[in-house]
Design a protein around this ligand. Sequence first.
Ligand SMILES: *Cc1c(COP(=O)(O)O)cnc(C)c1O
Length: 432
Amino acid sequence: MFISECLNVNSENHLTIGGVDTVSIAKQYGTPLYVMDEGEIRKNCRTYKNAIDAYYGGKGLILYASKAFSCKEIYRIAAEEGLGVDVVSGGEMYTAYKAGFPMDKVYFHGNNKTEAELRMALEYGVGCIVADNLDEIETLDALCAQMGKTVSVIVRIKPGIDAHTHDFIRTGQIDSKFGVALENGEAMDFFEKALLKKNIKMVGIHCHIGSQIFDLAPFEEAGSVMLNFMADVRDRFGLEMTKLNLGGGFGIKYVEGDTPIAYDAYICAVSEVIKKTAAERNMPMPEILMEPGRSIVAPAGITLYTVGNVKEIKDVRTYVSIDGGMGDNPRYILYNADYTALVASKAGDKPSMKITLAGKCCESGDLIGEGMDIQPVEKGDIVAVLATGAYNYSMASNYNRIPRPAVVMVRDGETRVVVKAETYDDILKNDM
Ligand SMILES: *Cc1c(COP(=O)(O)O)cnc(C)c1O
C-alpha cells in the first residue's frame, strides 16, 4: 500500500517499517531520526545479484554506489551480500576500510582524485581505479613507480547518451566534467597514451549516464556503444579488456506517480545487448559491472520528525514545521525533489490536507516539499517522510549548527543504532 515494500500499517493505524511501529521508534530514540530496514536493503542487493546469475551466467559484479548512504554498517552489509562497492573519495574509502570491507572489491571513482587519495588507494590495495583523465594516469603511474606497484584501471567514458531525453542527444553530453568523450576521439587518445604507462593495466571501461532513470533504452544503448568501443580499442591496439561497467542510476518510487522498472529488468536488457554485440564484434563476453546506489538504499529508509507548529495562512498555504529539514534532507532545496509524507499515527487514513512541510533552518527554501497531501496533522504528531534512505544522511550538513540525526536500523523486529546522533560537542569538536 505504500511506495516501499518494507512499509505497512498496523492494527493501531500506525506506520510500520520492517514490521516495527514507527511511533514507538520515534518515542524510543527521539526525532528527527533516520530509520532503515535492513531486510529491504538486503532484498535489493539480492535482486541485482540474482539477476546477474540468471541473465548473465554470474559473470559480473554488483557494486553498491556507496555515496548514496555511507557508514560502516552499510559496507558490512554489502560485504555479506557479496557485493563490491564504489567509492568517490578518501573518506568513503576509509570508511569501507575501517568496516573491514574486502578492498579488492572496491572501485575508486572521481573526476579529481588527489595524489593523497590515490596513494591511499594503492596502500589499501583497492581493486580498481576508475580513471577520469590523462593527468590522473600520469600521477597514478608515477605513484605506482615510487611504491613498486601496478594497478588495474578502467576509464570513465562519456558515451554521448543523455538518459533524460528520449532521443538521446549525443553532443550535449560532451559537456560534462566526468570522463573522456567518445565522439571527438578523446577516449581513443586516452588509450593511446595510457597504454604507454608501465605500471597501469587497462582492464575495462566505465560509464554512468544519469540518475533516477525510468527507462531501459538508455542502458541498452550504452551497453552497445560501450562494447563497440571496447572492440574498437581491441582492433586498434590489440588490447583485450575484460570489464564493462555500465554505472548506476536506476529509478525508484518517491511519489505515487513514479513508475520505476523492476531492477532485474535492467540487467536482463543489458545482458541481451551485450551478448548480441559481443557476437557481432567477435569478442568474448566481458564481465559486467553495475553500480546501483539509490535503488538499493532509498526505498529502505524513512525520516521521522515531530511537528512543532501548523501555520495556516488563509488562501495561501499551510506550513507544517518539523524538527529537521534541509540539514538532514537537502534534496528539495537542491533540486526540488519530490517526497511522500504521512502522519505516522494515522498512516492508514486518506490524506485530506495539502501542506508545505517546512524545516527549522533560517532559510525560506528550507522545505521538504510543497503541495504535499497528508492526513490531518497537528502539533506533536510524528511525520514520516518516505524513501529517504539515499542521498539524505550522506548529504546532511550541520547548517545552523544543527546536529545530524541518528540512523537506526530495523532487523527481524528489533532496532539498533548504526550511526549515533551528533551532540553539540561533536559540532564543537574541531573549533579552536
Ligand atoms: C552516483 C553514481 C552512481 C549511483 O547512482 P544511483 O543513481 O544512486 O544509482 C553510480 N556510479 C557512479 C559513477 C556515480 O557517480
